[in-house]
Design a protein around this ligand. Sequence first.
Ligand code: DX5
Ligand code: ZN
Length: 229
Amino acid sequence: MQRRDKIAPSILSADFARLGDEVARVERAGADLIHFDVMDGHFVPNISIGVPVLESLRKVTRLPLDAHLMIENPENYVEVFVKAGANSVSVHAEVCKDIPAMAKRLHDLGARASIAVNPETDVERVLAFAEHLDMILIMSVHPGFGGQGFIPQALDKLRAVRGELDRRGLALDIEIDGGVKLGNIADVKAAGANVFVSGSGIFGMPDYGAIIRQMRERIGQAGTAVHRE
Ligand code: DX5
Ligand code: ZN
């Protein structure tokens, strides 16, 4: 099943003093989505940004805003994020009591529905409800901070999820988040991801256009290699 490959810079690694400019720069550089990390200091040991920032960014970019809610009680907050302009919302499996109900809620609000899974979380419970979802987000770091190293076991999880979705004929997006850089993007593509979050791997580089172009080349080469197998 073919899904479009999308590069999603995570603004957690952007210069927050110039956030509008940073988003404009990655948009010009060819990004497909803006990945927006929300942390509450409870679900993860860090606090980041929330609704007012997303609402402000909605006015300065045409790119879809991909909200990743690393928060407890997500059911209390999804509506405000979608109303502020989030196009897709990822809620963590670890704190989502009813996956089909959450997916329906997001669809009724007009957003794409995604469930995120931490490295130590079994993805079976999410796969059981895959028909309800637009995307599954596989964490390849322990959420909370940008700039961490990629956990290699995430590749096995990607292969398992993509294999199962293919077997069931489901064309969901699979997003990979954490430690994705030019050096490993071909491996995560080959393992089955098609939405690539990268924070420090893009915002840590001097030329966003050059790095996104190179990432796309590596993704394209990995796709071709897999196709020929
Ligand atoms: C981690 C966040 C990620 C983070 C990725 O908790 O969910 O989106 O910004 O940053 P890098 O690509 O630097 O690992
Ligand atoms: Zn994220």
